[in-house]
Design a protein around this ligand. Sequence first.
Ligand code: ATP
Ligand code: MG
Length: 338
Amino acid sequence: MAGPPLLELDRLSTHYIAAQGARVVRAVDGVSLRVEAGETLGIVGESGSGKSTLALTLLRVLPPAARIVGGRMLLDGEDLVQKTEPEMQDIRGKKIAMILQDPMASLNPLFTIGNQVAEPIRVHEHETRRTAWQRARALLNAVRIPSPEARVKQYPHEMSGGMRQRIVGAIGISCEPRLLIADEPTTSLDLTIQAQYLNLLRELQRQHGLALIFITHNLGIVAKMCDQLAVMYAGRVVESGPVSRIFNAPVHPYTKALLNAIPRMDDPDRRLNAIEGQPPNLAALPPGCSFAPRCALAMPRCREAAPPEFTPEPGRTAHCWLAEPAAAAGRLIVSGAV
Ligand code: ATP
Ligand code: MG
């Protein structure tokens, strides 16, 4: 692959440090990932696995209890962990933007739609009010809001849920960021609107060459939208690589369980296979692999030592002792020997 990636995370860790001696929650724990320009990375994992914390870390908009405790996040080779707050303000919206799950949380009920779409353009690109409003109307047009001339003067409560979501999308792309992070952007939409919105995001991505990080619970959306996939479990990326390779030949037992949890179209019951057991408490992780207590294939060593990153094939990673070359070859060898 030519040149450095757009975004490179290197053993990034963000913990919630609660007051008065409560235990530390390792919400993001040594995450390494790459995103190339124009590419879509899907992040999946059970509720509480650290997906949103990772997204908030990238923009450095974490709640007060959270701390980035280690690692680097390189955007075009520059480490965002080291940036000052004024430098980050310049990056947010302009280089990295985020679309949240609940559009009402991103929109201010007291300001008109036009104001809110034009605002980042005025702040970041120092455009005049007139030009910013013109661009706001063009953006609403681009995200298929009917009669944008009239809609810019309205307030969020006057829009449907699908429209609000598209407006948040318009704000996300308003300053033409290089990377857009979408944290479950379709959960509040009905299926038809969801499909339209995903198509729109893909179209915007093609037009603007943006990279997209798409956080979702829905593996169907991953199949439709994403080039690369990262599977998170208990704050760690347990498997990553091209979507088609992971779907065809998952390596980590957790990934296999997630893929098995999708009901098959040819199954008359079409019941969702729940993954047995509970996700671990991130404030009291077991020694060894966090998935071991729920893993049918766990070996004694899985409960003793956390697996390092293995490369099951070029371009893929897996944190699982089963992916160790020796185990994969069905041989037992002394670690370090070949
Ligand atoms: P979901 O799929 O439900 O959105 P998620 O993968 O986005 O889940 P996060 O919201 O990142 O998960 O949470 C990761 C862990 O951090 C959880 O254990 C959660 O309880 C904890 N956590 C999140 N926010 C805080 C906070 N403000 N203070 C303390 N712990 C928090
Ligand atoms: Mg979340």
